[in-house]
Design a protein around this ligand. Structure first.
Ligand code: ASP
Length: 439
């Protein structure tokens, strides 16, 4: 049992080791072909990609079974609608707060004013197609649920699973075997998550080493104004806005909350994907923070898809930055449009790496900023994507906690217990010499 607490530390060590080693390689072994071929694009690439695939592998079955258990656990369709409505309202509110803070801060620091455009704009950015909002609404409903599961379309999966599980409730006793089965499957999937977590220190190390070997810190220097303002806004959102919301509406200790979020934040940081982090976020929110499964199983995957505070902050700062570079004055109406567009854009786009740039293109089109301006910020976006994804995931967990508190679904004993739900060492059967009760 002594190993229990050390897992987050091990993951943290893996992350730091990867960061240092990757940066050293970037500085000293940039031209050494065997390092690039066999380590960066060989070992690190393979281990990192395998690890991300493992996380993604968990998402669909985990969300499905835990959502079925969640809906059955709530047992009341009215309450389900209430939790859904609250989650949607909170997610939109926090995103709007985030981007407003970003625009205010960026207007104050004015990054990009006097930026030398020559040369920089020679690289180009072609805006990918963004779906119109009406299509987002239509696409909520899967024409073929099997296809939705196969593609991992999160909103469609959530829609169908809730409908299906609600009907299990309607059928009642007859559906009991199915409910029991979902319960068992859910437990098994949680155990699979534990096994994958056990491999996390290596996976996180490989992801970090590869990224930092390829991504030189020197890219940041000419973009320091943009980078610095953005990181400051992200920090303020987490340390002021979220802390206040947690205190005022969640009535919980924000420091305890933040401490327990470390593992999920590291996963988000190293994978740059809220979606791939769902298994870890779900585990953290339920087992470490004590949010009832009936709430977390819905709010976490929903949040990973529609709630992106960090991404909205990037859009706010990027808008002001590009407007300054091109000497365009958006005016108050322009900025209000940016806020509205960013909130809407976050609904229709999934939490996967780099999606923030696609959303930014949607926003730029709407307010008439040059989309090719995005080329200026692409260089530093990989790194910022990591940081903002950690913020996105923190937002999902914070809202889940607040909603759970308001629905009397937050177990304060678990929340306040520093050891609750720490990632468990896994004894696979052949090695199981001693009895171990995980949950
Ligand atoms: N990578 C982010 C996420 O998964 C989205 C983005 O900002 O690009 O949450």
């Amino acid at each position: 049992m002594g190993n229990k607490t050390s897992m987050t530390k091990k993951i943290l060590r893996g992350m730091l080791l990867g960061l240092v080693l990757g940066s050293l390689m970037n500085n000293f072994a940039h031209d050494v072909s065997w390092v690039q071929d066999y380590l960066v694009m060989g070992l690190f690439h393979v281990l990192g990609s395998m690890f991300i695939s493992m996380l993604k592998m968990l998402v669909v079955p985990l969300v499905t079974f835990s959502l079925i258990c969640g809906v059955v656990g709530i047992g009341d369709i009215g309450k389900l609608g209430r939790v859904g409505g609250k989650a949607f309202a909170y997610y939109m509110l926090t995103t709007a707060l985030a981007i407003t803070l970003a625009i205010a801060l960026a207007s104050f620091f004015a990054p990009g004013a006097g930026f030398e455009l020559a040369g920089a704009a020679s690289s180009s950015f072609t805006a990918p197609e963004a779906p119109p909002f009406t299509q987002v609404l239509i696409d909520l409903i899967p024409t073929n649920p099997v296809a939705a599961y196969a593609e991992g379309n999160m909103l469609q999966i959530i829609f169908f699973t809730i409908l299906f599980a609600s009907c299990m409730l309607v059928i009642g006793k007859k559906a009991q075997p199915l409910m029991d089965l979902a319960d068992i499957m859910n437990d098994v999937m949680m155990q699979v998550v534990n096994v994958v977590m056990w491999l996390a220190p290596i996976g996180v190390f490989a992801l970090m080493a590869k990224t930092f070997a390829q991504q030189g810190i020197d890219l940041i220097i000419p973009m320091l104004g943009y980078f610095g303002t953005l990181v400051l806004a992200l920090l303020l959102h987490v340390s002021v806005t979220m802390v206040l919301l947690l205190k005022l509406f969640g009535k919980v200790n924000p420091i305890t909350f933040m401490k327990k979020m470390t593992a999920a934040q590291i996963f988000a940081f190293s994978t740059s994907s809220s979606n791939a982090t769902i298994p870890v976020t779900l585990q953290t929110v339920e087992k470490r923070l004590g949010v009832d499964e009936s709430i977390a199983s819905f709010t976490v995957p929903f949040g990973a898809t529609i709630n992106m505070d960090g991404t909205a902050i990037m859009q706010g700062v990027a808008t002001v930055f590009i407007a300054n570079v091109y000497g365009i004055d958006l005016g108050i109406m322009g900025y209000l449009t940016v806020i509205g567009m960013s909130v809407l854009a976050s609904i229709g786009t999934a939490g996967v790496p780099g999606v923030g740039l696609i959303m930014l293109a949607m926003v730029f089109n709407q307010v008439g900023l040059p989309v090719e301006g995005i080329a200026l910020i692409i260089g530093v976006d990989r790194l910022l994507d990591m940081i903002r994804t950690a913020v996105n995931v923190t937002g999902d967990a914070a809202v889940s906690t607040i909603i759970a508190r308001s629905e009397k679904g937050l177990d304060m004993y678990v929340f306040n217990n520093p050891k609750a739900g720490v990632i468990e060492e896994v004894n696979l059967p052949h090695a199981a010499t001693k009895e171990k009760e995980v949950y």
